[in-house]
Structures are given as C-alpha cells and as structure tokens.
Design a binder for this molecule. Sequence first.
Ligand code: GRG
Length: 305
Amino acid sequence: MTASTDFAALSGADRDAIERRCAALIDRLASHHAVMREALCYALLGGGKRLRAVACLWTHDFVGGRSRDAALDAAAAVECIHAYSLVHDDLPCMDDDEVRRGRPSTHVRFGEATAVLAGDALLTLAFDILAGLPKRHQGLSAATALETVAVLSAAAGTGGLVGGQARDLEAEGMRGAGVGDVERVHTDKTARLIAAAMELGAIVGGADAGVRGRIREAGLLAGRAFQIVDDLLDIGSGKETLGKTPGKDVKKSKLTYPSVVGAERSREEVRSLVERSRAALGGTGAGTDAGPLHAMIDFIADRAA
Ligand code: GRG
C-alpha cells in the first residue's frame, strides 16, 4: 500500500461524513438566494481531498476527544474557508485559473461577481458554524466556541491566508528572493490553515494548551511540506491528475520552493518537514493512537494530486 491508498482507505468514511455535514450546513441557507446556494454547493461540495477537515477530525480523536459531532462542524467550517480561498484564488484578478478540481472554476461557471460573493458567503458561513457550536452541541461551551473563532480567524486573515496571498502576488517575478521569503509565503498562505484545522480538532476535543501548541507546530510543519509538494506537482504533473492547470508557477514566474533551491533540495526539505511534524506529534503525550495522523502526514509527502 502507498501512503495515498492508506490515507484514502482510512479517511473514506470520514470524508463522506464531512461531505454530508457541509451539504446539511448549506441546506440551512436554502431559503436565502437560489443562485448563491447553487454557487456555494458548486464551490464546496463534490470535490477535493478534504485533507484539512480530516486533519481536524483525526486530531480531535488523537487528543481523546468525545465531541466528534461538534468536530465535524468545525471541520466543515475549515472546508468553507479553504473553498472560499480557492474560489477567490482562481479569479482573473488573482491566479486566473479556469479549472479547479477537474471542472470549470466557480467564476467560469457562475460569473465573477457571483464567485466573489460565493467566496464571501463561504467565509462568513465558516464563522456562523463556529458561533453556532454551543447551540448545536450540548456540553460545548461558548468559551470553547470563541477559541475556535479566534484560531480560525487568525489563520484566515492578514496574518495567514490573506497576508500569504498578498505576499505571493507581490513575489511574482521577484528577483533575488531567498528561502526565507518562500517559507514565509508558504507558512501564511497554506500552513497556518492546516495547523488551525488540527488545532480546532484539539480545542473541540478538550486538549490543554501544551498539547495544542505541539499540535499547532506539527500542523505548521506538515502544511509547509504540503505546499512544497504542491509546487513540485505543478512542474511535474498533467492536467488530468492535478485537476487544475499545471505549469502555471513557471509561466507566471511565481516564487516557489523549487524555483529557489531546485527540485532535489525541495524533496529533501519535504522529507525533513515530515519527520519533524511526526516528531512534534509524538511529543504530545496525548496517549492515543497517532497512526491516522501519521498516515495523513505521509500522504502529504507522497500525494500525486
Ligand atoms: C481575500 C480576495 C481574497 C483572496 C484570498 C486566501 C486566498 C485568496 C488564496 C489562498 C491561497 C491558496 C489557494 C493557497 C494554496 C493552498 C493550496 C495548495 C490549495 C490546494 O489545496 P488542496 O490540494 O485542494 O487540498 P483540494 O481541491 O484537494 O481541496
């Protein structure tokens, strides 16, 4: 078995549960606006690896949490943020990509204005879901819900996704960028959301601050590995496998890990980050089975799409 088949087999039922939860959470908005609802469904459902959501659920289990249903909501909230970032990232004013998850990007299918609004709605829905945690899940306190909001908003805002995207756009065509520059972009635009997904699972699962800190560290390291692999896939894959247009990084002179240090050193860095991420998890002392999270980290390094 490869890391990909391991992860696929282990995560199948959870990915189905995440899909159903995302659909149910959108359904609550059914009466609001028909086209917006269709665009939200298109952007959020029926595609994607659900890596961040699975990371949230498995971290909840890893810390010995007993609130899996609430963790499913938190996982869906993370997927909303992720889906919004992809919808906006594909827009002509950003990365300008017409294909996502093997089908037309949201703005190609619905038009730019609807895509912008769908992204905005997904961003808003994420925090609506988290704010609703105490109401929907007995035993989950308002203070815990507030912590999830704080962690996810920090990962989504200017200190995370949005700031990372701004740096990424600024860095296009930049000369003389170094490893530090690309690591900052990768951390902010990709790793912080993956780390937040895991931390949300830990918060809902009732982990203490020390465990949460080490989980965040493991998530940041795994997230950086994920983005380097993404960079490597962009130069070595076909459109069918990738589900989006390959070769765009070179075409747009993007700042990527391979463009700074070359492909071989990038692969070495992935191996090192994965080892350090596994070690950070190992040190949590949470006492439960780290196997699924290790399988996820291995999948991050070995994935083909
Ligand atoms: C605020 C206007 C505005 C825009 C924000 C935040 C943002 C735009 C873009 C985020 C940047 C981004 C898309 C980072 C790349 C992260 C990445 C590799 C995404 C692909 O993740 P996968 O492979 O996707 O997990 P699937 O389709 O499997 O869910």
